[in-house]
Design a protein around this ligand. Structure first.
Ligand code: AMP
Ligand code: GLY
Length: 448
């Protein structure tokens, strides 16, 4: 068994991964980070590992540091790190890896590749789409959909490049202009996809994958919109909840299994068509619509914040799961267990986020209030300075509440948010009864 684990990345998602790894007492945690995450730093120290600061998108220096530290198993975490080929560089040096290679993570960084695979494998849940590298035929295609489309840059854009008619775009005309802008300004770098606009409730299903077998985690619902009532611009995610067990209040067992089957098929077709095995965490973003389940996208990593929900519930040591993933082909012999608690995560974000974050400011945490809230904090983009913790340009701290019900978990997360003071804000409605009832009602209406 490995004991020296390397984690590459430094968000709240990585803080949750670090914590889950360190639950196995023999694990020594090593972290390669682009900024000091105080939570991860403390886990490196207390487990007897170490940390380094550097460019997390530069494979060679990371692999060299891993060699020097005698790392046995690595988990490069964020999407851009995978797309940069960090897993490949570690594997070249015979370090075991529980994350996909650059080629396998193409299902995330090339949206056209994913859609083409789905077509080849006749995988259900694929919306009607067109892939364009130039403006030839673009307008006609948008018109053929009655202008009701989603416009998606093909490459990575930090989750903020997609624009949908009725939300960010007014009509087909604006969709045409935005699609042109994606092409001429080279947003995401690889062309543009036009998809039929879907309507429904979104959910996330994550699964551990060893290249062949997939083991699913509890479903989670993320909230991408910045403001109360799911309004305003898209963000990296303002908070998320899971329902206790694997389902959500609006999602039944049949929906859950249908979504999981789509992920299994994508992994199989990737292997069959390209001879590439996906070893790592697969993230499926789905929409439950009037016509069933659709796959919005697949990511080659944990979700942020969704990782925080599921890893807090995971009873099986994450380190054991990573060992099996890195060996390839041994996950089917494993049973993984999750607690039956519900979970709610709320993100504290700096003033001005997501448009333009204010200048870095000191935040303070009232330890007594935090303790009595029974919430847990996960540090995201913060800067630890001698005088305290400062906000930065992106999400600051994720606050997790667990409970027998979503309502109980929500109360804890909300009380935890109030233990943090400074120029940060959060969405108080995430996980509340009112918002969840709205979602249940939405699905009821859709299904007539
Ligand atoms: P993505 O970056 O692919 O996750 O897309 C960001 C968001 O855009 C999703 O979470 C959806 O809310 C929305 N979206 C993406 N594709 C579609 C679609 N075909 N129809 C409607 N909304 C979509
Ligand atoms: N929460 C959305 C994502 O991680 O992609």
């Amino acid at each position: 068994m490995a004991s020296k684990f390397l984690l590459v990345g430094n968000g709240a998602r990585e803080h949750a991964i670090a914590q889950a790894l360190c639950r196995r007492k023999d694990v020594k945690l090593y972290a390669y980070m682009s900024a000091r995450n105080p939570g991860i730093e403390e886990l490196c120290r207390s487990s007897g590992g170490s940390m380094a600061l550097g460019n997390i998108h530069a494979p060679a220096p990371i692999a060299e540091w891993a060699m020097r530290m005698g790392i046995e198993l690595a988990f490069p975490s964020p999407d851009a790190v995978l797309a940069a080929g960090v897993s490949d560089e570690l594997l070249k040096r015979n370090i075991r890896v529980a994350s996909p290679t650059k080629a396998a993570s193409r299902i995330e960084w090339d949206k056209a590749f994913l859609r083409q695979l789905m077509e080849q494998g006749r995988v259900s849940g694929c919306p009607k789409y067109g892939f364009f590298k130039s403006t030839d035929g673009l307008d006609g295609f948008i018109d053929s959909m009655g202008g009701l489309v989603a416009v998606k840059p093909v490459g990575l854009t930090g989750g903020k490049g997609v624009a949908v008619v009725g939300s960010q775009l007014r009509d087909g005309g604006e969709a045409k202009s935005y699609a042109r802008a994606v092409l001429t300004q080279n947003i995401g770098g690889q062309g543009v996809i036009i998809e039929e606009r879907l309507e429904g409730e979104e959910f996330t299903l994550q699964a551990f994958c060893d290249g062949r077998a997939l083991l699913p985690m509890p479903a989670v619902q993320d909230h991408k919109r910045a403001n109360v009532g799911d309004s305003g611009p898209n963000t990296g995610g303002m908070g998320s909840y899971s329902g206790g067990g694997h389902l959500l209040p609006f999602l039944n067992q049949t929906h859950y299994e249908e979504a999981f089957k789509i992920m299994q098929k994508v992994a199989r077709i990737l292997d069959l068509e390209t001879n590439i095995r996906f070893q790592g965490v697969m993230y499926g973003q789905f929409m439950l619509t009037r016509n069933g389940i659709y796959l919005i996208e697949i990511n080659a990593r944990f979700g942020d914040p969704e990782a925080i929900n599921v890893l807090a519930l995971l009873k099986t040591p994450l380190a054991d799961i990573f060992e099996r993933i890195s060996q390839g082909g041994h996950l089917n012999k494993m049973k993984i267990r999750f607690s039956k608690d519900a979970s709610v995560v709320k993100y504290l974000v700096p003033e001005g986020y997501p448009a333009k974050a204010a200048t870095p400011s000191l935040i303070s945490i009232d330890a007594k209030k935090l303790k009595s809230s029974k919430a847990e904090l996960y540090y995201a983009t913060v800067d630890q300075r001698p005088e305290g913790i400062y906000t930065s340009t992106s999400r600051s701290i994720a606050v997790l509440g667990l409970g027998k019900t979503i309502a109980e978990a929500e109360k804890k997360a909300e009380a935890g948010c109030l233990a943090v003071s400074g120029p940060v804000w959060h969405r108080p409605d995430i996980g509340t009864k009112e918002l969840i009832e709205k979602k249940v009602e939405h699905v009821r209406q859709l299904r007539g």
